[in-house]
Design a protein around this ligand. Structure first.
Ligand code: ZN
Length: 308
């Protein structure tokens, strides 16, 4: 098995100000655990900068221009209630897009069996023309569109286990049955979307969990909703919006998962990827705000990607 890791020093230069949970130290926590012995055989690559054409697969030109305009030349700028940007933020977001698309290229062209993109800012709250919830560009959604436009894949499944619902990804694909979006998340919680009744064009599968629920309920949701949806969809590629903020230690939410649940879910999705699409899976970091839980969860997730 070859697992490729995309990283870039600039992901830690997207600054969000003091006391912001989506902070540069998250990258250091992830990189520290991936230095350990089990990860010596990771194929490490520097994230390439995404192109405007890639960004435009999911976001209108006006939005991209407007976002570029609000990036400060020094200091910080708050562009909506939760989302703060600094001089390097636009480039960091482009690198996240580039890495996600390069990961798709790698698994389709067989340079890697699977890929983990250790990037920030996260992306799944970014709607077509709205930055929100720490997210600027929706790299998971862009990667799915890139797989279709650059490689001719027909059907892409995006599985999102971040504790928050990926309203942006759902928004982008809600009327497009060629992309499946399946999410477990806590509800009620930010951003407020993600009810079971939100089904799009029959391609959206939401499995909300209640505060305090943990491994049993998460795995039940996977077995009863997420995995059957993926199975019936026959995807050509799996993309994971891999947030680790459903961990019990996370300060932003109230689910009770452990790192072992992320290992289990990764194994389930790899199984599905082998059954349907030669193992092609690209995992993209989303949330995860307790540094210790984030590190341990990423370690279990990536270790499972390596062993297959
Ligand atoms: Zn989250």
């Amino acid at each position: 098995m070859t697992t490729r890791l995309y990283r870039h020093s600039l992901f830690a230069e997207h600054l969000t100000g003091p006391d912001h949970p989506e902070r540069p130290e998250r990258m250091a926590a992830v990189e520290a655990v991936l230095e350990a012995e089990p990860f010596q055989h990771l194929d490490r690559a520097e994230a390439p900068e995404g192109t405007t054409e890639q960004v435009l697969l999911c976001h209108p030109h006006d939005y991209v221009r407007q976002l570029a305009r609000v990036i400060p030349t020094e200091g910080l700028a708050r562009i909506e209630s939760d989302t703060i940007v600094s001089p390097k933020s636009f480039t960091a977001a482009l690198l996240a897009v580039g890495a996600a698309c390069a990961g798709v290229d790698d698994v389709v062209e067989k340079r890697a069996d699977n890929v983990f993109v250790a990037a920030r800012p996260p992306g799944h709250h970014a709607e077509r023309a709205t930055a929100m919830g720490f997210c600027l560009f929706n790299q998971a959604a862009i990667a799915a569109r890139h797989a279709q436009s650059a490689h001719g894949l027909s059907r892409v499944a995006i599985i999102d286990w971040d504790v928050h619902h990926g309203n942006g990804t759902q928004d982008i694909f809600r009327s497009d049955p060629s992309v499946l979006y399946a999410s477990t998340h806590q509800m009620p919680l930010y951003p407020g979307t993600g009810a079971k009744s939100e089904t799009g064009a029959g391609n959206i599968f939401n499995a909300p969990l209640r505060e305090g629920e943990g491994s049993d309920e998460f795995r039940d949701a996977f077995r009863s909703v997420i995995l059957p949806a993926v199975e019936a969809f026959h995807p050509d590629l799996l993309i994971v919006s891999a947030g680790f903020d459903a961990h019990w230690r996370d300060p932003l939410a109230g689910l009770k998962l452990t790192e072992h649940d992320f290992d289990w879910a990764t194994a389930q999705l790899l199984d599905a990827a082998y059954r349907h699409c030669d193992g092609r899976l690209v995992s993209i970091l989303e949330g995860g705000y307790d540094l210790d839980a984030l590190g341990r969860s990423v370690a279990r997730h990536v270790e499972r990607l390596i062993v297959g």
